[in-house]
Design a protein around this ligand. Structure first.
Ligand SMILES: Cc1cc2nc3c(=O)[nH]c(=O)nc-3n(C[C@H](O)[C@H](O)[C@H](O)COP(=O)(O)OP(=O)(O)OC[C@H]3O[C@@H](n4cnc5c(N)ncnc54)[C@H](O)[C@@H]3O)c2cc1C
Length: 558
C-alpha cells in the first residue's frame, strides 16, 4: 500500500480528545498527523454536551484557547442548577444548585459550558496554527500493522475510495467509543450497559417565558416511576438538548413520536424549532489495556462514561495531557520507553474512578435516593405535594456530588505510578466534593497567584520545573547536572512568598510537564541519578512488546 506520509505520532479521530492531543503535542514541539473520517470538524450540531471542569479549563489556558472558549461559552450569569419537575408547566419537586459560580481559590479557572460544534473547531484552528499539526479529513482508519520500528496505519480516502497508508512511531486511538483501532487490536472493553438514550436538539427562544420554574440550566422530568427525560441549555442562548433517559432497545428514529414526549415534558404547547435528534448508548466501559505496543487508547476509545456529571470529555482531555508529554519525551529521546507504560498505570484508574462516579449520578437521576417513592408525585392532593417535596429533597441530596465535584476535577492523583517518587506520606481521602491542595507526589501541583499576576500553573507545561521556596533556597546544582546528563529539560523557579511555600508544603517541589508533582523534599536526595532515572521512565521497565504491554498495575475493575 502507498505510504503517503511518515510522522512521529498519528492520531486517529478528530473529536475533542484527538484535537486536544494534537494541539498539546504540537505545542511541545512534536509534529503529528491527525486523521478524521468526516469531512471536517464537528460538522453536525452534535448532541454531546460541553461542560468543561476547572482542570480542562486549566488545559485550555495552557493551550492559549481559554479566552475564545469563554467568549463562546454559556453566559457567566446563566442560573446553573437542576430543577426536578413533573413538567415545565407542572409541579416542581425541588432543585439542586451548582456551587456558587465565583472565583475559587483552587484554580485560576472556573468551569464553563460550550457545545461541541463550537468547541471542537477552536481546538482544530489552534492546532493548525502551530504548523506542526497536520489534520487530514475524509480519512478513515481501517487497520494497522506494527513492528519493532514503527506502525503502519491503513486508511481509506472516504471521498475517492482510494486506500493509502501512513507510517508512524506511535498511534493514538481517539476514535470514540466504537473505536476501530481498539477492536482491530482485540482489546476487550468490558463494563456496564446503561441502556439507550435519545437526544433532540431544539431551539427555543426565552424558554423561561413559557413556564414559571425560572431561568434554569437543566430540568429533570419526573413521573411515577422516577425520571424519564431531561432538558439542558446547550449554549445559554436558546439551544436546548432534550434527552430521553433510558430504553432497553435502541430508539428507532423512523417511528419515534418525539412531539408527544416534548408535550409531556412541556406540560403545554411551547413553540420550538426542531434541529435534529440522535440515539446513543449509555455505558460505563474501560479497555483492559490502554496500550498495545506502539498503540495507545485515549478518550472514549479507552473508556465510556455516562454524561451525568459531564466527565467523559474532561477525562479524555486529561488523557491527552497525560499522554502528550510522555510521547514527546520518548520521541525526543530524553524519555525512556518505560514512560510509555506509565500512561496506562496513571490514567486507567482515573477513568474507572470518574466513570464510576458518573454511573452513580445516573442512578440518582433515574431513581433519586435509596427507596425514593415517586408513586404519588403526579397526585393533585396534599399527599401528592408532600410526596413531591420528599422526593425532591432525596434527589437533591443524591445529586449533590454531581455539581459539587471539585474533588473529581482537581483531586485525582497518580498513586503507585512508576515515574513518581513517593515521599512516604499517606494518600489523602479522594472525596468527590472536596479538594485539598497538596504538592504530594502524584497530585496536581496547586494553584496560587504569583506576585506578577500569573498562576503557579502558568509555570508548567514545557519540561520539568523545580520550584524552590524561601529566602535562601537549597542548592540544586546536582539536580541540574543530573538532568542535563540525560537531556531532561528542567528549569528552576524561585518563589519567595511564604503563603505559597506553606501551600506547597516542602522547600523543593519537582513538577512534571503535565503539572503533576513528581518528587518533593526539603533538600535534594543523596542519589540524584536514581531520581532522574525514575522521572524519565528509566526505572519503569517497559515490558510491552509490539503485541501488547503488560505492566503490572493496581487492580481496578469497572
Ligand atoms: C448527551 C451527552 C452529553 C455529554 N456531556 C458532556 C459534558 O458535559 N462534559 C464532558 O466532558 N463530556 C460530555 N459528554 C461526553 C463527551 O462528549 C465524550 O466523552 C467526548 O466527545 C469524547 O471525545 P473523543 O474525542 O474521545 O471521542 P468522539 O467525540 O467520539 O470523537 C471521535 C472522533 O473519531 C472519528 N472517527 C471514528 N472512527 C474513525 C475512523 N475509523 N477513522 C477516522 N476517524 C474516526 C469520529 O468521526 C469522531 O470525530 C457527553 C456525551 C453525551 C452523549
Amino acid at each position: 500500500m502507498n505510504v503517503i506520509a511518515e510522522t512521529p505520532v498519528l492520531i486517529v479521530g478528530g473529536g475533542p480528545v484527538g484535537l486536544g492531543l494534537s494541539l498539546s503535542l504540537s505545542q511541545l514541539g512534536t509534529p503529528n498527523i491527525l486523521v478524521e473520517k468526516d469531512g471536517g470538524t464537528a460538522l453536525v450540531m452534535l448532541t454531546k454536551g460541553g461542560g468543561h471542569n476547572e482542570r480542562s479549563m486549566e488545559f485550555f489556558r495552557r493551550w492559549g484557547v481559554r479566552n475564545e472558549v469563554v467568549a463562546k461559552a454559556m453566559p457567566e450569569d446563566y442560573p446553573r442548577r437542576t430543577v426536578f419537575c413533573t413538567a415545565l408547566n407542572g409541579h416542581e419537586l425541588g432543585n439542586s444548585p451548582e456551587p456558587p459560580w465565583r472565583e475559587n481559590s483552587y484554580s485560576p479557572e472556573r468551569r464553563h459550558k460550550i457545545p461541541a460544534y463550537l468547541f471542537d473547531p477552536i481546538l482544530a484552528r489552534a492546532a493548525l496554527a502551530t504548523k506542526l499539526s497536520d489534520i487530514r479529513y475524509n480519512s478513515r482508519f481501517e487497520q494497522l500493522v506494527q513492528d519493532d520500528k514503527g506502525v503502519t496505519a491503513e486508511l481509506t480516502n472516504t471521498v475517492s475510495g482510494e486506500p493509502f497508508a501512513i507510517r508512524a512511531q506511535y498511534i493514538v486511538a481517539c476514535d470514540g467509543s466504537a473505536s476501530n483501532v481498539r477492536t482491530s487490536l482485540g482489546i476487550p472493553f468490558p463494563g456496564k450497559d446503561l441502556g439507550y438514550s435519545l437526544s433532540a436538539m431544539l431551539r427555543i427562544d426565552e424558554l423561561e417565558r413559557h413556564h414559571s420554574l425560572g431561568k434554569t440550566e437543566r430540568f429533570l422530568f419526573v413521573g411515577t416511576n422516577g425520571s424519564w427525560a431531561s432538558m439542558s441549555a446547550a449554549d445559554g442562548r436558546g439551544l436546548w438538548r432534550f434527552n430521553l433517559l433510558y430504553s432497553k432497545e435502541k430508539y428507532d428514529l423512523d417511528n419515534i413520536d418525539i412531539q408527544t414526549y416534548l408535550k409531556r415534558a412541556f406540560g403545554k404547547q411551547i413553540p420550538y424549532e426542531f434541529i435534529r435528534m440522535a440515539p446513543w448508548k449509555r455505558s460505563q466501559c474501560c479497555a483492559d489495556r490502554l496500550r498495545a505496543g506502539r498503540v495507545f487508547l485515549a478518550g472514549d476509545a479507552a473508556h465510556t462514561t455516562s454524561p451525568t456529571g459531564g466527565l467523559g470529555g474532561n477525562t479524555g482531555l486529561g488523557d491527552a495531557i497525560g499522554l502528550s508529554w510522555i510521547l514527546d519525551a520518548v520521541v525526543r529521546g530524553w524519555g525512556s520507553p518505560g514512560l510509555l507504560d506509565a500512561y496506562e498505570v496513571e490514567r486507567r484508574p482515573i477513568a474507572v474512578r470518574n466513570s464510576t462516579m458518573s454511573t452513580r449520578n445516573f442512578k440518582g437521576w433515574m431513581s433519586g435516593g435509596t427507596g425514593t417513592d415517586f408513586s404519588k408525585v403526579l397526585d393533585e392532593t396534599s399527599e401528592g405535594e408532600a410526596a413531591r417535596k420528599k422526593a425532591g429533597r432525596e434527589m437533591a441530596a443524591m445529586l449533590y456530588p454531581e455539581w459539587y465535584n471539585v474533588g473529581i476535577a482537581l483531586g485525582y492523583r497518580y498513586e503507585g505510578s512508576p515515574i513518581i517518587v513517593p515521599d512516604g506520606t499517606n494518600e489523602p481521602p479522594d472525596d468527590p466534593s472536596e479538594y485539598i491542595p497538596t504538592s504530594r507526589p502524584g497530585h496536581r501541583a496547586p494553584h496560587a497567584w504569583l506576585a506578577d499576576g500569573r498562576s503557579t500553573l502558568d509555570l508548567f507545561g514545557r519540561g520539568f520545573v523545580l520550584l524552590r521556596f524561601g529566602g535562601s533556597p537549597p542548592d540544586v546544582t546536582p539536580l541540574l547536572a543530573g538532568t542535563s546528563r540525560r537531556n531532561v529539560p528542567l528549569s528552576v523557579v524561585d518563589i519567595e512568598s511564604s503563603d505559597i511555600m506553606k501551600l506547597y508544603e516542602r522547600r523543593l517541589v519537582l513538577v512534571r510537564p503535565d503539572g503533576h508533582a513528581a518528587w518533593r523534599g526539603n533538600e535534594l536526595p543523596p542519589n540524584i541519578d536514581d531520581l532522574v532515572e525514575t522521572i524519565r521512565g528509566g526505572k519503569a521497565r517497559s515490558s510491552a512488546t509490539v503485541n501488547g504491554g503488560s505492566y503490572k498495575r493496581k487492580a481496578v475493575a469497572v
